[in-house]
Structure formats: structure tokens, C-alpha cells
Design a binder for this molecule. Structure first.
Ligand SMILES: [Zn+2]
Ligand SMILES: [Zn+2]
Length: 135
């Protein structure tokens, strides 16, 4: 019983760390959980994240030019990846909001949806503007 309790608590800690971070990698989740639960191993955190993704509780993101990241937001949305700092932000598009898994189009059955924009995030744009204003 104690082992089950501990497992539940570990899962909860992993989920909370994931939700508190912004599209973190597994390592970032591990580092956050580890500060609070020093006994938790990297392998456990990675396994819990993988389990959540398989159960559909979180999304596993395979973004181009980025490590695998995890996202607790299940509503269909796209991602913008900053080409300067690598930050990932959510982009909510009305067209994606009506996406339904299982919809068949020309014989293709959709199981998921991954839309990625590349560009420069707000913070990096502000820094670029500030730098060019000082010239
Ligand atoms: Zn940026
Ligand atoms: Zn997202």
C-alpha cells in the first residue's frame, strides 16, 4: 500500500512540475521535481511522463529543432518555436479548435495534430528592437 501511495505522489509531483513549467523537456521536469523530492530518479520521471503521454493525459511534442517536450494542454493548438532562444509558445487557431481525432479525409484517419510555426518570440523581438535602437 505504501508503494502505491508513493507512486501516486510521484506521479502527482511530475504532473505539477510539468504544469508549472512552459513546455518543458523531460530533463527540465526532472530538475524541478528533484528539488522537492531528492529521492526521485531521472528514470522514474521519464517513465511517468511517457506513461502520461501514452494515456493521452499530456501531449508529447516532437518539434523540429527542439528536444522532445511535454504539454499538459490537450485542447488542439499549434506551437510557435522561437528560432533565437528556442522558447515554445502556444498558438490557438480557430481552424485547429474544430479538429477531431478520428476524422477521415481521403482515406487518411487523423490521430493527432501537430502544427508548428517558426519565428521570433516577443521577448527576443523586444531585445532586437532595443539593440537596434542603441545603434
Ligand atoms: Zn525568443
Ligand atoms: Zn502547447
Amino acid at each position: 500500500m505504501a508503494a502505491v501511495l508513493r507512486q501516486t505522489k510521484q506521479k502527482q509531483a511530475v504532473y505539477e512540475a510539468l504544469a508549472a513549467l512552459d513546455h518543458p523537456t523531460a530533463t527540465e521536469v526532472y530538475e524541478r521535481v528533484h528539488t522537492e523530492y531528492p529521492a526521485i530518479s531521472r528514470g522514474t520521471v521519464f517513465r511517468v511522463l511517457g506513461g502520461f503521454a501514452e494515456q493521452g493525459r499530456i501531449r508529447r511534442l516532437a518539434l523540429t529543432g527542439s528536444d522532445t517536450r511535454f504539454d499538459p494542454t490537450l485542447a488542439p493548438h499549434a506551437h510557435g518555436v522561437c528560432r533565437v532562444c528556442g522558447r515554445v509558445c502556444d498558438v490557438f487557431l480557430p481552424a485547429l479548435a474544430s479538429f477531431e481525432p478520428g476524422r477521415i479525409c481521403d482515406g487518411f484517419q487523423a490521430e493527432g495534430c501537430e502544427v508548428q510555426f517558426t519565428g521570433v518570440c516577443g521577448q527576443c523581438r523586444r531585445e532586437t528592437m532595443r539593440a537596434s535602437a542603441q545603434k
